[in-house]
Design a binder for this molecule. Structure first.
Ligand code: BG6
Length: 470
């Protein structure tokens, strides 16, 4: 039997990924306005709470704003081909509805991208990652308002124009499907008593779809060589049993996420979603040109995050056996081990996800998040032996190779949090993903010093051998 060659293509984009609000800090410097992340100290699944007693770790992040040169030098040392970060909307338009951008904010990212390029690290930029100006929430109700399209368009065009010679890879919204799971984080949505929440969420999502399509248009106009993608949280779901009802439940759970890529990749609302709208009294206000905009400006690639798979069942008793996961509580899969945070560890699920997405769209895929959140401890000798992280990542990379051999067009892989940052779900520092440890704790104490973990040299070698040695 002939074995397929399992290797990564030349030019494969190895790197790491972060989000501005989880690491920059300096939340009131450089003319920055208040963002939604700045006022939800408890994490993305929770509503804003300006009176919380808890230290808001997002305010200082890991002080990347002042230390990015040191950090990029470390990424350069690891041989990163690319680095994914987001632009904080509030550094560019502090309140969101200004007509002119904040030059100091623009300058910060000029310097940041220059520094990346100095280390031969390609910037991959998310235009909006889990934060937006609080001003847009307070004055307009967040993405429930169609006005947001105009503000986002101005912001997106401003940054794409400014960095057109520095940034070739863009993504419009991080995990755009998050709006159905964490509506405040995903859309700046705060609900009124008694309103049809689903309607509000889908209306807000519609505005984001149009904004995203217009960003695709702008991107191609500004630099025809640039590529722009959507970004979906892949929350792949298996049926708990072969009972067709469970199989259908899993199918529907997947569609709840895939509907977002269906619209952004295919350019129209899928028929199953139209049925869902009718049966749930959801009615979306659209303008006559919306359908054309969606159809005309579809994305060039699909960015996705993959952390774990989930389980669906219609058996009410069995459904009570749950475990946490990215953005949701899912059914417990008895075949899989869990991380310390209860997330399933399922490398093969990545191969399944990549095949599922590629079969569906035949567009290049880019894994822009995957990682292992754990409690890392420093040994007496000052070292951090994060072998479990190495094991987790290498098992996932093996499955990526399989998927490539299956024929999937995979552009790259950026591990989540190559340096420890504030976690999104619970705003913790103790949940660490990095190859580089940061001395900062949940009480906001620590020196911010950086220490290389064991995985640092491991990942360096993975990149140097283009995934050959794991
Ligand atoms: C993704 C987000 O959902 O998961 C990131 O895009 C987030 O912002 C990551 O940090 C990991 O989640 P957490 O809660 O462990 O930080």
């Amino acid at each position: 039997m002939t074995q397929m060659k399992k290797e990564f293509p030349e030019g494969f984009m190895w790197g790491g990924a972060v989000a501005a609000n989880q690491l920059e800090g300096a939340y009131r410097e450089g003319g920055k306005g208040l963002s939604t992340a700045d006022i939800h100290p408890n994490g993305i699944m929770f509503p804003p709470d300006e009176s919380s007693e808890r230290v808001n770790l997002y305010h200082d992040g890991i002080d990347f704003y002042h230390r990015y040169k040191e950090d990029l030098a470390l990424f350069g040392e690891m041989g990163f081909k690319c680095f994914r970060t987001s632009i904080a909307w509030t550094r560019i338009f502090p309140n969101g509805d200004e007509l002119e951008p904040n030059e100091e904010g623009l300058k910060f990212y000029d310097d940041l991208f220059d520094e990346m390029l100095k280390h031969k690290i390609e910037p991959v930029v998310t235009i909006s990652h889990y934060e937006m100006p609080v001003g847009l929430v307070k004055t307009y109700g967040g993405w429930r308002s169609r006005k947001l399209i105009e503000f986002y368009d101005r912001y997106a065009r401003t940054v794409m124009q400014r960095y057109k010679d520095k940034v070739k890879y863009w993504m419009t919204f991080n995990e755009i499907n998050v709006i159905l799971h964490a509506p405040y984080t995903g859309g700046g949505l705060v609900f009124e008593e008694g309103e049809n929440r689903k309607n509000v969420m889908f209306q807000a999502a519609h505005h984001q779809f149009i904004a995203s399509s217009l960003a695709v248009k702008a991107c191609h106009e500004i630099n025809p060589n640039a590529k722009i993608g959507c970004m979906i949280a892949a929350l792949t779901t298996y049926p708990l049993t072969p009972d067709p009802d469970d199989v259908w439940a899993a199918f529907e759970a997947d569609r709840k996420n895939l509907l977002f890529s269906d619209i952004q990749v295919r350019g129209y609302y899928p028929s199953y979603l139209k049925r869902h709208f009718i049966e749930n009294d959801i009615s979306i206000a659209m303008e006559p040109s919306d359908e054309t905009i969606l159809k005309q400006y579809t994305v060039d690639f699909i960015g996705l995050s993959y952390y774990m798979s989930s389980i669906a069942t219609t058996d009410v008793e069995k459904a009570k056996n749950t475990t946490p996961g990215n953005l949701h509580l899912g059914g417990r899969n008895p075949y899989l081990k869990l991380t310390e945070w209860g997330w399933h560890i399922d490398p093969k699920g990545l191969r399944i996800t990549l095949n599922q997405m590629y079969d569906r769209y035949q567009k290049p895929l880019f894994i822009v998040e995957n990682g292992f959140g754990a409690l890392d401890t420093i040994d007496e000798d000052g070292n951090i032996h994060d072998d479990a992280r190495i094991e987790f990542l290498s098992a996932h990379i093996v499955q990526m190779k399989e998927a490539i051999a299956d024929g999937v067009d995979l552009m790259g892989y950026t591990t989540w949090g190559p340096i420890d940052i504030v976690s999104a779900s619970k705003a913790e520092m103790k949940k660490r993903y990095g190859f580089i440890y940061v001395d900062r704790d949940d009480e906001g104490k620590g020196t911010f010093n950086r220490i290389k973990k064991k995985s640092f040299d491991w990942y360096k070698n993975v990149i140097a051998t283009n995934g050959e040695q794991l």
